[in-house]
Design a protein around this ligand. Structure first.
Ligand code: FAD
Ligand code: SF4
Length: 513
């Protein structure tokens, strides 16, 4: 039986399930650069280069291992530009008895392939993606009896199942979660590791030229492209993080700094999401660093929780709730995305700095994503679909299965609390405490009202007032609602007035009048 093994752009692992019983005498791998996928989001140019360069490197690695690869480049004149069209052409060319593919990351692609057999004239077999610690079926089984889904509970189950940071059936250190130790602002004079960019090789430069030509108006800068595009490059990046970043990862996980967009973060999410690194090896390497005394427990537990906990949990939520998930809009948010999410043309220094960082690196760390750009979109009531399209486009690591739950559920609370127990809403005081953004800002985080007041301040209270019907009974918001109720009527109406005027200025396209 001759099989056509379709390998998608985020399945670049030699261990991928679709290649497991590869027959070198008969089977062929198909890899396609698909214009329709590139246009499905307003993609950062670095993201396009990263994916296509990594695909081309992976194809050449497969060929070196005597695996036949049929690779269709974007600029191949016969490329039909969409996945099923290209599969159809490949089936005509290669005449397989079956198409085999590992479960695609995106629900839309899963549905496309699931329904493609008739058009292709051969069966399409979709195999589970076993690079994850848990499958969608595992998540559904866990979720079914529970009224409330919480990452922490799911994570504990996976700790027990994998044995990561466990000793004699109990969590190492006696507690599951050491997050309380992980909220330090950056200490003055603290040295952070320097990001070592991987210089683009000839293949990557070729892709850069193609992307510049085909996508001249896409968001982002290509100069300074420093992502690794091979497994060995990704392993080097992981090694550097383990040596230089992990030990402080926990302490400064939530800190933000104008001068350093990376701090002690690992920058490995694109590699994990493309398949150049596997979650099991990353968690095992972090755990080993703890056992040999190279990093403290709060750092290692915090890091492992992001991958074993959050990454697995959001994937479970995604597959459990698609396709209706993105259609929920619990807070009835309808505002268009302000133009400064693309241009950085705003006086809000925290947002300007973050957007400039993203334009340069196709990267922002978690707290910038959640508490700066996410928090602002939440407070301003920006329509979830608009925010999601932005997040899906601008980050090198953005793939819908991980982006959507993080934006829709965690940042925007648009799912009404399926993913998180409360909205991550905060005033300027939080950003001031965790960053130095406010020092260079024309607004003052300590002022509550007036032209100098930080807009996050009145927007925060206005957000709570506007959404009282949905959020008012949330026990985790009891304290802020009590504070709000202690405001006199004059202060409340001032907040409403200032927020309305600021939000009206956004709708007019001027972010900071
Ligand atoms: P580190 O801080 O070093 O963390 C280590 C790893 O943990 C990451 O590489 C990542 O694989 C995993 N991780 C951490 N937090 C999460 C999380 N909440 N969900 C899933 N995995 C997590 N991550 C993506 O991979 N793609 C996205 O499109 C994406 N969109 C996001 C949107 C919003 C609004 C928010 C709040 C978070 C988003 N995240 C996304 C999660 C997280 O911000 C990134 O994974 C992280 O910033 C990547 O940088 P890093 O590799 O330096 O991570
Ligand atoms: Fe952002 Fe407000 Fe601080 Fe300015 S003062 S950087 S707008 S939080």
């Amino acid at each position: 039986m001759k099989r056509l093994r379709l390998v998608l752009g985020d399945q670049l692992s030699l261990s991928i399930s679709s290649l497991k019983d590869f027959d070198r005498d008969r089977d062929v791998v198909l890899m396609v650069e698909v214009a329709a996928e590139a246009k499905a989001a307003p993609n950062h140019v670095q993201k396009l280069v990263l994916i296509w360069s990594a695909m081309r490197h992976f194809a050449s690695q497969l060929r070196q291992g005597d695996i036949a690869v049929d690779y269709v480049r974007l600029d191949d004149p016969s490329n039909r530009g969409d996945l099923v069209g290209e599969l159809e052409r490949a089936v005509e060319r290669i005449r397989p008895d079956e198409v085999v593919v590992t479960r695609p990351g995106a629900w839309r692609v899963y549905e496309l392939l699931n329904g493609a057999a008739e058009r292709l004239g051969v069966p399409v077999t979709i195999i589970e993606d076993d690079r994850f610690f848990s499958s969608p079926a595992d998540f559904s089984q866990w979720a079914a009896p529970r009224k409330q889904w919480r990452m922490e509970h799911f994570y504990r189950g996976l700790r027990i199942r994998t044995g990561l940071l466990m000793k004699d059936g109990a969590p190492v250190g006696g507690v599951w979660n050491l997050d309380a130790q992980n909220r330090k602002p950056l200490a003055k004079g603290l040295q952070t590791p320097r990001r070592q960019a991987t210089p683009p090789d000839a293949l990557t430069r070729e892709v850069m030229t193609m992307v510049t030509k085909r996508f001249p108006n896409n968001f982002g800068q290509l100069d300074g492209f420093g992502w690794a595009v091979t497994r060995s490059g990704a392993l080097e990046a992981l090694g550097r993080f383990l040596d230089e970043g992990l030990a402080r990862f926990g302490d400064y996980q939530d800190a933000m700094a104008r001068s350093d967009p990376f701090l002690f973060h690992s920058l490995i999410s694109p590699y994990l999401n493309l398949g150049l690194l596997e979650p099991r090896e990353v968690c095992a390497a972090a755990e080993a660093a703890y056992w040999r005394g190279a990093a403290p427990l709060n750092a290692v537990e915090g890091f492992i929780r992001q991958i074993l906990g959050w990454r697995e949990y959001v994937r479970g939520v995604y597959w459990a709730l698609m396709p209706s998930y993105p259609r929920t809009n619990a807070l009835s948010a309808t505002r268009p995305l302000p133009g400064f999410y693309w241009t950085a043309d705003t006086d809000l220094n925290c947002i300007r700095t973050t957007v400039v960082d993203i334009r340069r690196n196709a990267y922002a760390h978690h707290i910038q994503r959640l508490m700066v750009t996410g928090n602002f979109a939440l407070l301003a009531g920006v329509a979830p679909g608009e925010v999601e399209a932005w997040y899906l486009g601008v980050f090198a690591d953005a793939f819908e299965w991980v982006e959507l739950p993080n934006v829709h559920g965690m940042a925007l609370f648009a799912d009404g609390g399926r993913l998180a127990s409360k909205p991550y809403a905060a005033s300027g005081a939080y950003i001031d405490r965790m960053s130095d953004y406010c020092h260079g800002c024309r607004f003052d985080p300590k002022q509550r009202s007036g032209p100098e007041a930080c807009p996050f301040n009145y927007l925060y209270w206005d957000f709570l007032m506007r959404n009282r019907a949905v959020l008012g009974r949330n026990p985790r918001l009891a304290m802020p609602y009590r504070s709000l109720d202690a405001f006199d009527a004059g202060r409340r109406s001032q907040i409403t007035k200032e927020a309305a005027s600021f939000l009206a200025s956004l709708d007019g396209g001027a972010a900071d009048e």
